[in-house]
Design a protein around this ligand. Structure first.
Ligand code: CU
Length: 135
């Protein structure tokens, strides 16, 4: 009787030990994935790359290397990577602006401010612009 109980309690101890190791390991791997894996975001969520898209960034923390996927109808819009002046003035005429127009452009964030606009006349002024600060 006493021997049986002893075996049962040691089995419980072993069970707790394995459980703790599993918890510790899964915590370890989830921390690793948070710090090293880049996140991928569909800009604007289900609405995609459209007007007043800036509100979509609220509450999100972006990191350098994260990938933004711009989804839109390429017959209606495009995406241009611009500098701060291009963003403020809705102008793509800056020398270092880059245009994309596939309708599903994947762009990597660089550290610091990142600016995107639609360069079709009136669209950026109408709110089709995005600024993201990546840490
Ligand atoms: Cu547009």
């Amino acid at each position: 009787m006493r021997g049986k109980q002893g075996r049962r309690s040691s089995a419980v101890v072993v069970g707790v030990g394995v459980g703790t190791i599993v918890v510790v390991l899964s915590l370890f791997f989830s921390c690793v994935s948070v710090t090293t894996e880049a996140a991928t975001y569909v800009v604007g969520g289900t609405s995609g790359w459209t007007y007043n898209v800036q509100s979509w960034t609220k509450g999100k923390k972006f990191k350098a290397g994260d990938v933004l996927v711009f989804k839109y109808d390429p017959s209606l819009h495009n995406v241009e990577v611009v500098d701060s002046n291009g963003y403020k003035g809705c102008s793509s005429s800056t020398s270092n602006s880059q245009a994309y127009a596939t309708g599903k452009d994947q762009l990597k964030l660089s550290k610091g401010p990142n600016y995107f606009i639609c360069s079709i006349p009136g669209h950026c002024d109408g709110g089709l612009k995005l600024s993201i600060n990546a840490s």
